[in-house]
Design a protein around this ligand. Structure first.
Ligand code: BGC
Length: 780
């Protein structure tokens, strides 16, 4: 855990003023740059020291056999793991015979700044070598949001005090040695030197390496070009071998003189294209980057982010730390999705190899809501990726004896990658989460072309799955038995309320969509009988309720279980999954992460305010938040129930998850869903944003700490700004046509005539429920 204050609190950047070698891996995640296609961890330019070297291309993975002590029918045979591809960011430095390595000599100053408006990572340092030579090094790095294959670095060395001989080696490096990955030797084998060489080229200032993965057969090409500026005595040479291509720049610097290398790097990968085609592809991308030039790339980056911030910024007055954290979160979520373009948005984005680089329901449930209202094009692309993986999902459904499509719990390329089916395949709710994302996107954008081409197919195939997975009992009630909901401390349970409600919505929206798109329906073979069966199932879905307690059950029978022995559980026994057997967790009342509470957010129309408050009070003392996806959901419902202090505390936990390394795993990459959850906590929690048919509702209320909260949402081509003060909310139409919304239940129209101001009703007063012992919100 980052126990010392690592970063200064500033509104538009994350600044690290001293290099902490003990937390290098964490800072590499925090300072990662990505555009959703290329990801570079914030490794030091020189390559070493490092925590975890990481250069990723979205979709590039290796396959490995999955370990089973006892195999069973339908267990996935092959696992997928993201690999560290050819590293284009390395610029090694030699100063008067000494390698510039911050573990040696004296580091006079070292600062790194992630600039959230310019989209660059800047570094400046002053270092005295063990032999007493002092140099200043500055670098600026970007992963281009406008040219998706491209990343670039400007690296400068300046002599200080005396004359120095300096050598910069700018490299492309494949098969870097990595720290041991996990315990499974088979995974380790797959990840050790995963790339087989196909081509290495060094001509003048240009470098290129082409490799291929061994089992997955993916070809990876990386090329670099350089512009060198230095005193007249500067020389260059280049060379390559199978795993390294290198440009060497040598100069002698008088005090005050600077040697500068601008490095443009282009990336490409393909499972189909030939080696010559891949070489040409990266050379072409490099030519395009060269055409823009370094300054051009910087300008494009800034313009792209100016546009994003105009649509997405969230302003928080009264808490500078949360202000910084939400911008940090928005920046990383945008980076993860901006140019993913029909690839997954992994749980860790492209910031680290955590979760093996897999994507989960995190994407649809946590990341896409934010992007729907701020960068909707990225949502359409993410859902097109799901559509592209339909063949694998149909095959999986057939293998499981089901109809339609069964999307994987975790995956890179579309097939199920979970070796633990109770918390993998059985978590069928991922299918309804995808359907929900489709409906949300279409409602928010009115993109009927997308609905006809992509949406209907996703809705129909997931509806088919639910219809075959559930059954009507003798009274006609529809049950979905033996499934795992969001809470992974319950598994293979009957009638999970979240799953049933989400499946219900899925079935109804599929039936509605086929009516709107008869041609697509005919293409997919949906007839009236089939869609009527979806409606019947949806209307008859069972919602387990305990009349005695007056609360919804997380799943049928849940409230009858024995309570977990919270009093006897020590603080160091969390997360529980690492200290107790699943069989015991599964048969007790203990909740890993918001499940019923999440249902009250995503399917809000099924719960009135009193019921919501009762349910929240019941589940809160059972919820241990062993998943970082929980705090943001609890923040939303706590705010709705009127527990504003608690909502604030959960917002802070979600917001600081990675910046303060609350879960102690930031080193593996950032938690993109939890980052997105910061937005959710603020906008859906304190802003009270909910979907209302094709429109939106707001029910704003502020916690004591905030004096103002402002955000924008994009809806059907219009942009709405919502500004919330302690006692009033102001709705302003920034662009586009008028919007009909609701404020605390009252309809109003926001149009070009000027802002609409409404008072905030007082929040309901209720005693705030307690958390399990030792599990009160972290971060504050
Ligand atoms: C959570 C899942 C989540 C996964 C990846 C797990 O710990 O329980 O809900 O999808 O992490 O973020």
């Amino acid at each position: 855990m980052i126990t010392h204050r690592s970063y200064t609190v500033e509104p538009w950047c994350v600044r690290e003023t001293a290099l902490g070698l003990d937390v290098l891996a964490q800072s590499e995640s925090v300072f990662a740059l990505s555009n959703g296609h290329v990801g570079w961890r914030g490794n030091l330019d020189e390559g070493e020291p490092h925590g975890l070297p990481g250069s990723y291309l979205n979709g590039v993975h290796e396959l490995h056999p999955l370990p089973y002590a006892e195999a069973g029918y339908g267990y996935p045979e092959s696992g997928q793991t993201v690999i560290n591809v050819t590293n284009g960011k390395v610029l090694r430095l030699l100063v008067d015979d000494e390698p510039f390595d911050l573990r040696y000599g004296r580091l006079v100053a070292h600062e790194r700044v992630l600039d959230l408006r310019r989209g660059v990572l800047e570094r400046s340092c002053e270092w005295t070598s063990p032999a007493g030579t002092t140099v200043r090094v500055r670098s600026t790095r970007l992963v281009s949001l406008t040219q998706r294959a491209v990343a670039a670095v400007a690296y400068e060395v300046q002599a200080v005090g005396g004359r120095s001989r300096v050598v910069i080696q700018s490299e492309l490096v494949a098969n870097e040695s990595l720290p041991e990955p996990g315990d499974d030797p088979r995974t380790a084998r797959a990840l050790k030197s995963p790339l087989e060489p196909e081509e290495d080229v060094a001509v003048g200032n240009r470098l290129r390496l082409v490799h291929r993965t061994k089992r997955s057969g993916l070809r990876v090409a990386v090329a670099a070009d350089h512009t060198v500026t230095g005193p007249g005595r500067t020389t260059t040479s280049s060379e390559s071998n199978v795993d390294v291509a290198r440009l060497t720049v040598t100069s002698v610097l008088e005090p005050g003189e600077t040697l500068r290398v601008e490095k443009l790097v282009a990336h490409g990968w393909s499972g189909a294209r030939s080696r010559p085609a891949m070489s040409d592809q990266v050379e072409a991308a490099l030519a395009a980057a060269g055409h823009s030039g370094w300054q051009g790339l910087l300008d494009e980056q800034r313009a792209c982010l100016d546009d994003f911030w105009a649509r997405a910024d969230v302003e928080v007055d009264g808490d500078e730390e949360i202000q910084q954290a939400v911008r940090f979160a928005l920046f990383h979520v945008f980076q993860a999705g901006a140019r993913a373009e029909q690839r997954a948005i992994p749980a860790k984005g492209l910031t680290g190899s955590g979760y093996d680089g897999h994507a989960f329901w995190d994407t649809e449930t946590f990341v896409l809501p934010l992007l729907t209202y701020t960068a909707p094009d990225a949502v359409a692309e993410a859902l097109r990726w799901r559509q592209n993986t339909l063949p694998a999902a149909r095959e999986r459904a057939a293998q499981l004896g089901l109809s339609g499509a069964a999307f994987p719990w975790r995956t890179i390329e579309g097939s199920e990658g979970s070796a633990y089916w109770p918390a993998g395949t059985a978590a069928f709710h991922v299918n309804a989460d995808i359907a929900d994302a489709v409906v949300r996107y279409v409602a928010a954008t009115g993109d009927l072309g997308f609905e006809a081409g992509t949406g209907v197919e996703l809705l129909v195939e997931t509806a088919r799955l639910w219809r075959s997975l559930g059954h009507h009992d003798t009274h006609g009630t529809f049950h979905i038995d033996g499934v795992t909901g969001p809470d992974e401390y319950s598994a293979v349970a009957d009638d999970n309320t979240y799953t049933n409600l989400m499946a219900r919505a899925n079935l109804l929206s599929a039936a509605d969509a086929v009516e709107r798109h008869p041609e697509a329906a005919a293409r997919l073979g949906v007839d009236e009988e089939e869609s009527a069966a979806w409606r019947d199932a949806a209307e008859a879905v069972h919602l387990p309720f305990n009349d005695e307690l007056g609360v919804h059950e997380q799943h049928a029978g849940f409230t009858r279980y024995q309570h977990w022995d919270f009093a006897g559980t020590r603080p160091d026994q969390y997360p529980l999954l690492l200290h107790f057997p699943y069989f015991d967790l599964y048969r007790k009342q203990v909740v890993k992460q918001a499940d019923l509470v999440l249902a009250m957010y995503t399917c809000d129309s099924h719960f009135d305010d009193e019921q919501l408050a009762r349910n929240f009070a019941y589940y809160e003392p059972l919820t241990v938040r062993d998943s970082s996806l929980s705090a943001c959901c609890q923040a939303v419902i706590a705010a709705q129930a009127g527990h504003l202090r608690l909502a604030y505390a959960y917002t802070a936990e979600a917001a600081l998850m990675d910046l303060a390394d609350l879960e102690q795993n930031t080193r593996d990459g950032l938690y993109i869903a939890s980052l997105a959850g910061t937005w959710t906590a603020l906008v859906a929690g304190f802003g009270g944003l909910r979907r209302d048919g094709t429109g939106l509702r707001f029910a704003p209320r502020l916690p004591e700490r905030f004096s103002r909260l402002a955000f924008s949402v994009q809806l059907r081509g219009s942009r709405l700004r919502v500004e919330i003060g302690p006692d009033k909310a102001t709705y302003t139409l920034l662009s586009g046509g008028p919007l009909a919304i609701r404020h605390h239940g009252t309809p109003l129209t926001v149009n070009g005539d000027g802002p609409v101001v409404r008072p905030l009703p007082p929040p309901p007063v209720r005693p705030a429920p307690a958390q399990p012992p030792h599990r009160s919100p972290k971060g504050r």
